[in-house]
Design a protein around this ligand. Structure first.
Ligand SMILES: [Zn+2]
Length: 426
């Protein structure tokens, strides 16, 4: 068995995933946690504004809520291809508005915008925190998280007898969380306290709302794993596991690229439609002395595995899924296909993925939408369009995608880690 393809133990894998999710309440925290773990394992953290080393090495660079890390093996040259695991760090939910403090009915409230497409009902009646980054007038940026602070209380059934038939949540009026009692409260001052700065010094913030409930296993033999943000921290974590196991003599440069803003369409400086990955690959290629033709030859031999959460068949809504292609929880990671290229996988990519799963000793199952249910998309088609690198869309099957608390099968999560490890192993 080649190095890096030992089976991943499900219990250990999900325990580590639980720690990773807990440490990553926002995209900024996720990017930092990836860098922190890699640095602890000997990766060198680079600054985009500095000159980069060119020889073999293991490196990581953070851009806002995105992170790219790579292993440049001994013997890499100007035409050495790349193997890239692409994923995203952000999750749908709520983001704090600029002047966030208000008061109503004797309660302090936080003003929030909706970020992406959350299942809003799933965010009701949970103890929530604020997490992300604040910028102060001195030009510094501080990561902050508050712990349990907020809640979006649902209206009692007595005041809305139709709530079980059709719950209607107004995107402005019904989702503003409470965070204190009384009439006087300055949320920015409170947040400043978590960072050791004055609220009046805060000149900008990117803060999202996150569920504070710890991840948990449950069900017969504890086969299920529930947590927030599994779309798509399951993939970021699998990439981390795979990259850490990458052999130093791999025949390619192994890259983990975890982007921000996928839930909004990826169009940002740190999103997959932006230049971050192109910039990093160009700098690696420059360091290897690659000219234009060399780089195109390297890209022509490269692969990008776009990993993102997908749907298992829901037992209460089986008609929502394709009648023949029916991925189940516990059946292995998904190969995601769509005739209209909402996913980038094709026949050749399917063959690559089949080989990866075989080497990892894990099952896989195809996902395709019911024609009456519009298909989601991923960073896969965006990255393939931007780079011209062959791309295949895969990911862990979930139920309750975009809920504040999603659920997966522990074997699928471990199998994804094993498959990504095999992908990087060559
Ligand atoms: Zn996703």
């Amino acid at each position: 068995m080649p190095a890096g393809t030992a089976p991943v133990d499900p219990a250990a894998h999900v325990a580590d995933l639980a720690d990773f999710i807990t440490a990553s309440p926002s995209s900024y925290h996720a990017a930092e946690e990836v860098a922190r773990r890699l640095q602890a394992a000997g990766f060198e953290r680079l600054d985009e504004a500095e000159a980069w080393p060119t020889g073999p090495g293991r490196r990581v660079v953070v851009r806002d809520g995105a992170v790219i890390a790579w292993v440049q093996p001994e013997g890499a040259d100007a035409v050495t291809p790349f193997r890239i695991l692409g994923a995203h760090t952000d999750s749908p939910g709520f983001k704090l508005k600029p002047n966030p403090s208000s008061e109503s009915a004797g309660l302090l409230q936080a003003a929030v915008e909706i970020y992406g497409g959350p299942l809003m009902n799933s965010w009701l009646d949970r103890e929530l925190e604020l997490a992300g980054r604040i910028a102060t007038a001195d030009g510094r940026v501080h990561l902050v998280r508050t712990g349990p602070l907020l809640r979006i209380p649902q209206l009692a059934i007595h005041l809305d007898r139709e709530a079980n038939k059709h719950l209607t949540l107004d995107r402005q009026r019904h989702v503003q969380p409470i965070w204190g009692a009384g009439e006087e409260g300055d949320l920015l001052a409170l947040l400043g306290g978590f960072a050791g700065v004055l609220g009046t010094d805060i000149v900008g913030h990117d803060l999202v709302v996150a569920d504070t409930a710890a991840p948990a296993r449950f069900g017969l033999d504890d086969v299920f794993f529930a947590a927030g943000r599994m779309d798509n921290l399951t993939s970021v974590h699998a990439g981390l596991v795979g990259l850490l196991a990458t052999p130093a003599d791999a025949p390619h440069v192994s890259v983990l690229a975890a982007f921000d803003h996928e839930e909004l369409g990826s169009e940002s400086r740190s999103g997959a439609a932006g230049p971050f990955l192109v910039d990093v690959l160009a700098r690696i290629a420059d360091g290897l002395g690659a000219g234009d033709e060399d780089r195109r030859r390297a890209f022509a031999g490269s692969w990008l595995l776009s990993s993102d959460a997908g749907h298992a068949v829901h037992p209460n809504y089986p008609e929502k899924h394709d009648p023949v292609n029916r991925p189940v929880l516990g059946g292995g990671p998904l190969l995601k296909l769509n005739a209209n290229q909402r996913y980038a996988s094709d026949a050749v990519g399917s063959a690559l993925w089949a080989g990866v799963c075989e080497r990892a000793g894990v099952p896989t199952q195809p996902f395709v939408s019911n024609n009456q249910v519009p298909c989601g998309s991923t960073i896969g088609p965006i990255s393939a369009t931007r780079l011209g690198i062959r791309t295949v869309d895969i990911g862990a099957p979930l139920l309750s995608m975009h809920s504040a608390r999603e659920v997966a099968h522990v074997d699928d999560l471990a199998a994804l880690g094993g498959a990504v490890t095999a992908f990087f192993a060559g």
